[in-house]
Write a protein that binds this ligand. Structure first.
Ligand code: ATP
Length: 287
């Protein structure tokens, strides 16, 4: 095989709860993860020269060890003694630093692609364990689909495919530091823990309103205070007929779930011509 191109899909959180903080600073979470069909493209081509060369369409992303794709390629090469160099082209579409696990998904696609390209036949479970060294969400990005994520994100329970909503994604042009959000979450005061177990049941029984009524993200308490436009986007989505809307991850991306395609399209076009138009997407769940 000369080269391989992979789709690295984004995720949203249908529910995100934080239940504790570990001494090492990591947080224990309970999250319902859902892959959506918004993706980056990762193309990998082996080279005789032993270097790892990264090219990307986003000029502000690092192309050295600080790009998680570089780190994933280096880890795979070292772990499985691959001497070839790699030329990797990263075509970003997933909003960056947005709560959609874009980097984690690029890393997952890189590991998966290298396993295919070099015919190393590493079982998925081992690939997920390797991915955890790169980031807590990487194992999930290898698994994909609908899943309950616990521990620091590495304990994964696959769930049946959730109802396939039309999913409107809007990323306002503000930067949110995941570190800031977690550090400013006061677990003693937080009252709005989402009903994660109820969400699992609603997904298992395909209870559409059971799912949408339980959308919840404990991190909203922190991020919304700093970026009130997130609340405005959520409300606008509801006014266009979204069954519900929520911030994904630590934000600032907001998603709205629609059952009615024409309502979703009307909302999409309204956001497209507004101030957040550049990063507005209408997609569906990856199942
Ligand atoms: P998560 O949902 O896991 O918190 P995120 O959406 O908040 O992910 P990413 O888009 O993965 O965050 O990127 C966060 C930071 O990592 C960016 O500021 C960026 O500079 C750096 N980075 C390194 N590699 C990548 C990559 N391949 N894609 C995007 N960002 C990357």
């Amino acid at each position: 095989m000369d080269f391989i191109t992979l789709k690295a899909y984004a995720k949203i959180n249908l529910a995100l709860d934080v239940i504790g903080k570990r001494a090492n600073g990591y947080h224990d979470v309970r999250m319902i993860m859902q892959t959506v069909k918004l993706y980056d493209k990762v193309t990998i081509k082996p080279m005789t020269n032993p270097d790892i060369v990264i090219k990307t369409n986003l000029h502000y992303l690092p192309t050295n060890e600080n790009n998680i794709v570089y780190a994933a390629a280096k880890l795979f090469k070292e772990t499985y003694q691959i001497s070839d160099g790699l030329y990797i082209n990263l075509e970003k579409k997933i909003p960056v630093a947005a709560g959609m696990a874009g980097g984690s998904s690029d890393a997952a696609a890189t590991l998966w692609g290298l396993n295919t390209l070099f015919e190393t036949n590493i079982p998925m479970k081992e690939l997920m364990e390797l991915g955890l060294k790169l980031g807590a969400d990487v194992p999930y990005c290898i698994l994909r689909g609908t899943a309950l994520s616990e521990g620091i994100g590495e304990i994964l329970t696959p769930l049946p495919a959730a109802h396939n909503f039309h999913c409107l994604i809007v990323k306002p042009p503000v930067s949110v530091s995941t570190k800031y959000v977690y550090e400013n979450l006061d677990l003693n005061k937080a009252e709005n823990h989402p009903d994660v177990d109820g969400m699992v049941e609603a997904i298992k029984t395909n209870d559409i309103l059971g799912i949408t009524s339980r959308l919840g993200n404990i991190l909203e308490t922190v991020t919304l205070k700093v970026h009130p436009e997130i609340e405005d986007i959520k409300k606008t989505m509801l006014s266009y007929g979204a069954l519900n809307s929520l911030m994904s991850g630590s934000g600032p991306t907001v998603f709205g779930l629609f059952d009615d395609l024409s309502a979703a399209e009307k909302a999409f076009y309204a956001f497209k011509v507004g101030p957040y138009g550049k990063q507005t997407y209408l997609t569906t769940f990856f199942q």
